[in-house]
Design a protein around this ligand. Structure first.
Ligand code: ATP
Ligand code: MG
Length: 311
């Protein structure tokens, strides 16, 4: 499969008072055309910041270095005017917080239609027709009655589905969705799963950031695990769920209800950088060697793990 997005040594740092938060700390990841990649990992591990870096939507108070190669350009150094033509049209984003992400003063239909009129179609009637089709696709029905509604009249699940519609309205090549199933019920989750499966069948490259391991297992071709701003394991889904390699990944899977809900022990280290493996204070396999940071070790094409156990 061809590579659509190649992230190399991405660093995103936030200087905060006397310290530096290394939100993304040397991420290397290759995303293949038309694959569905799930990015998992605990809160604060850098998943959203990685997504925002790809979109060129990083907060102003950070510094970003590295390469995000897309069609011959490094997105990190591309001028904003060029990023604007890519964002929404080629690479789209479904943000983490549906309530905060929508403009309360604009109808849902106009918000879904915005990427269409920006990138694809100027004729208002044609835009409206496309928005009606999208509302039908995300099962907000009857579309004619809902298109002129304001966000306050939508449930959390409907808002979440509307954000997916906004994301796909510009017919992007790559859709990055941040926690698309957070806080929604089983029916809405099922609906989101089925939209993504349809998009996958249409060949759209999907990057799904999620805490929901079962959702990741249902949807993904590959799983990338982040920990303290780094990718610590990336594997094909089947291999990952059958035999997770990194001790943190093993802990994650043991914490699933079907495996007995065993929690991962808490540790003492924060994101600070002492040069060693970030997981070692929580790791039952840690040895002296882990005082030195392991590199990401490639196993097969598209599979890698950052742990001395596999050196
Ligand atoms: P969650 O699962 O809770 O959404 P996440 O993996 O998406 O977590 P990020 O939002 O990417 O985590 O944040 C990574 C780190 O960067 C965290 O330590 C966070 O506190 C820090 N961070 C994010 N945004 C900012 C900001 N604007 N200023 C300072 N630090 C930030
Ligand atoms: Mg996040």
């Amino acid at each position: 499969m061809t590579t659509i997005l190649d992230v190399q040594q991405l660093h995103v740092h936030f200087p905060v008072s006397s310290t530096i938060i290394r939100a993304v700390n040397g991420v290397d990841i290759t995303i293949k055309q038309s694959e569905t990649l799930a990015v998992i990992g605990e809160s604060g591990s850098g998943k959203s910041i990685l997504g925002l870096a790809i979109l060129g939507l990083l907060p102003a108070n950070c510094t970003a270095n590295g390469i995000i190669q897309y069609r011959g350009d490094n997105l990190l150094t591309l001028p904003e005017s060029e990023l604007e033509t890519i964002r929404g049209r080629e690479i789209a984003w479904v943000p983490q917080n549906p309530a905060g992400a929508m403009n309360p003063l604009m109808t849902v239909g106009n918000q879904i239609g915005e990427p269409i009129s920006l990138h694809i179609e100027k004729d208002k009637n044609k835009v409206r027709k496309k928005v009606l089709e999208l509302l039908q696709f995300i099962k907000i029905t009857p579309p004619e009655e809902r298109i002129d509604s304001y966000p306050y009249s939508f449930s959390g699940g409907m808002l979440q589905r509307s954000l997916v519609a906004m994301g796909i309205a510009g017919r992007p090549e790559i859709l990055i969705a941040d926690e698309p199933t957070k806080g929604i019920d089983v029916m809405n989750k099922q609906a989101i799963l089925s939209f993504f499966q349809t998009l996958h069948e249409e060949g759209i490259t999907l990057v799904i950031i999620t805490h929901d391991l079962l959702f990741a297992r249902n949807i993904a071709d590959r799983i990338a695990v982040m920990y303290c701003g780094r990718i610590i394991e990336i594997r094909r889904k089947q291999e990952f769920f059958n035999e997770p390699l990194h001790p943190y990944s093993r802990g994650l899977l043991r914490s699933l209800p079907e495996n007995g809900l065993y929690p991962i022990p808490s540790g003492t280290e924060e994101i600070g950088d002492d040069g060693g493996c970030k997981f070692r204070s929580r790791c039952t396999c840690a040895t002296e060697r882990c005082r030195e940071e392991p590199q990401l070790i490639t196993l097969l094409e598209g599979s890698a793990v950052r742990c001395w156990l596999y050196d």
